[in-house]
Design a binder for this molecule. Structure first.
Ligand SMILES: NC(=O)c1ccc[n+]([C@@H]2O[C@H](COP(=O)([O-])OP(=O)(O)OC[C@H]3O[C@@H](n4cnc5c(N)ncnc54)[C@H](OP(=O)(O)O)[C@@H]3O)[C@@H](O)[C@H]2O)c1
Length: 248
């Protein structure tokens, strides 16, 4: 793709935190960005308005990654209002922590359906247009928890480790068609997910991280934007840790 301004990105779960920073970074790099939201249209409007104020183009878009109808509706609308999705960032995710022995089946299903199945369904839909264009970028937001275990996170770790496996296999399928598929594994980042942790736990997280601090959404977004950009054309099937050394 020579004209990056004609290119369209979809970021799922983009109304706050890592997704928000990613949508803004991609808009700054010249992409038209669909700002996916599930429950927070105002948050997505704010992100789209900020992207536009910075000179970019953005469209808030309702998309629940657990619902195939919602995914289809979102892609159809993006295609008619912005164009074919060439960059997909599977960022939507949730974490429901609990020890395995008492872990509810519903929580397992919700975690895997959102973090893994949702990323698969969105990728499958996006690949249609990318294969036709013979150009595409898929960036999956996994986690350090995909690479190391965390007590209380069997479901979350399993879903993110699954995402890593999916990334590697899908990358092999589509590399010959100019499409890259990579995963980013953030460590602890300031967001709603980590805000629920108390002071003691937060301190413990910081002590576990060689960099001695949490990451920022912008530090994750910068790596995602690199993977989505032209400079990363020969990077595929890569699993990139962005975690202050947590998994080093
Ligand atoms: N923060 C961290 O320390 C950290 C570390 C490693 C990996 N990650 C990963 O990074 C990604 C972003 O997380 P974050 O830290 O920015 O957390 P966050 O603030 O909780 O954002 C998660 C986003 O996902 C959306 N989402 C959840 N279920 C969805 C669904 N079914 N369909 C569409 N959107 C859905 C949420 O929207 P609603 O609230 O409207 O559902 C929200 O916008 C996640 O995949 C997370 O697992 C985060």
């Amino acid at each position: 793709m020579s004209d990056r301004r004609a290119s369209v990105a979809l970021v799922t779960g983009a109304s706050r935190a890592i997704g928000r920073a990613t949508a803004l970074a991609l808009a700054r790099s010249g992409l038209a960005v669909a700002v996916g939201y599930r429950s927070d249209p105002e948050g997505a409007e704010e992100v789209a308005a900020k992207a536009s104020a910075d000179g970019g183009r953005a469209l808030p878009i309702s998309i629940d990654v657990t619902e195939e109808k919602s995914i289809e509706g979102a892609f159809t609308r993006i295609e008619s209002e912005l164009g074919t999705v060439r960059v997909l960032v599977n960022n939507a995710g949730l974490s429901k922590d609990g020890l395995a022995v008492r872990y509810p089946t519903e929580a397992w299903d919700a975690t895997v359906n959102t973090n893994l199945r949702g990323a698969f369904l969105c990728s499958r839909r996006a690949l249609r247009g990318m294969l036709k264009a013979r150009w595409g970028r898929i960036v999956n937001i996994a986690s350090a928890a995909a690479l190391r275990g965390n007590s209380g996170q069997s479901a979350y770790s399993a879903s993110k480790a699954g995402l890593v496996g999916m990334t590697r296999s899908m990358a092999r399928e589509v590399a010959i068609r100019g499409i890259t598929v990579n995963a980013v594994c953030p460590g602890f980042v300031e967001s709603k997910i980590t805000a629920v942790a108390g002071d003691e736990l937060r301190q413990r997280y910081i002590e576990m991280t060689p960099a001695g601090r949490f990451g920022t959404p912008e530090e994750i977004a910068g790596v995602i934007a690199f993977l989505a950009g032209p400079e990363a054309s020969y990077v595929t099937g890569a699993i990139l840790s962005v975690d202050g050394g947590l998994t080093a």
